[in-house]
Design a protein around this ligand. Structure first.
Ligand SMILES: [Zn+2]
Length: 289
């Protein structure tokens, strides 16, 4: 009987995930990257995300607890391309010996104004490069987990392939002349380049504050002149102003597009794949025939 229990325990130990103490401690700078790292690391990795859901990594101010997280980490995964301007100072001040892994290495950067556009994850093909970089860094840091990381990465890459096929199919259903929107987001450059939907900034409208009546008049002129079929203007919260745009131009008013962060678990974009699916659904329902 004792022997039976010993065998059962040994089997349990062989199949159960790595104990918390054995797991590789890593940090991801923001929520989308944290999701990638979790998918590749699985049970062998403890992932802490610095900039959580619904937060803006561009303007993030690190806290003392972030310094502690970075100090304890073996790897720190970052986007790079100027996205996390606050990060190198944080790593230095934390006295961290962590290796900083730039997950956009190998991606051809687009421009946003005169700077590199950091939002490379908005192309699913690029997301696959992030995943390969994460896999390689995890394998190098924990060679015993190499097979696990490779098979996790392969499964996730297959999901990303399916996602990209769906995005292309969805865009193909939108009439070509309809593939443009006005949006206050400047984060969809890679998406636009990859899938052929044009994102046009509203002329002379501040993205920081609530739009004025004059802003609305300008947008109406712009939508008419360029025959833009839909507007995504999340900083206009007054439904009467949005109603005026659609009444006077016939343009549809689209919903929320997620760009730089995921939502919480209960939101509609808790993972990268859910976020891309949400965005493409919002775009196709606003632009479709
Ligand atoms: Zn951004």
């Amino acid at each position: 009987m004792i022997r039976f229990w010993l065998i059962a325990l040994a089997m349990l130990a062989a199949t159960s995930p790595a104990r918390a103490a054995d797991r590789l401690n890593v940090v991801a700078s923001f929520s989308i990257l944290g999701d990638f790292v979790r998918n590749v690391g699985g049970d062998r990795v403890d992932v802490t995300t610095l900039v959580g859901p619904n937060s803006d990594a561009h303007v993030y101010v690190p806290t003392p607890s972030d310094a502690k997280k970075v100090a304890d980490a073996k790897l720190v995964f970052v986007n790079g391309l100027g996205f996390e301007g606050w990060l190198s100072r944080l790593v230095k001040s934390a006295g961290s010996k962590a290796s900083v892994v730039t997950t956009t290495t190998g991606i051809a950067p687009l421009k946003l104004g005169s700077e590199a556009d950091p939002h490379a994850w908005q192309s699913v093909a690029n997301a696959k490069i992030y995943v390969a970089n994460i896999r390689d860094a995890l394998v190098a840091a924990d060679t015993a987990g190499a097979e696990t990381f490779k098979s996790n990465a392969n499964a996730y890459l297959a999901d990303l392939d399916a996602l990209e096929r769906d995005v292309r199919e969805a865009v193909a259903k939108i009439p070509e002349s309809h593939r443009k929107v006005i949006s206050t987001h400047n984060a969809f450059g890679y998406f636009a380049a990859a899938y052929g939907i044009e994102f046009i900034a509203p002329l002379g409208v501040s993205t920081e504050s609530e739009a004025s009546a004059r802003d609305i008049a300008r947008i109406i002129t712009q939508v008419r002149a360029a025959r833009i079929p839909a507007v995504f203007l999340e900083n206009i919260t007054d439904p009467r102003l949005m109603g005026r745009i659609s009444a006077e131009t016939g343009a549809r008013v689209g919903g929320t597009l997620y760009s730089d962060s995921l939502t919480g678990e209960k939101g509609d974009s808790p993972t990268y794949i859910a976020m891309v699916r949400h965005n493409i659904k919002a775009l196709t329902s606003a632009l479709g025939p």
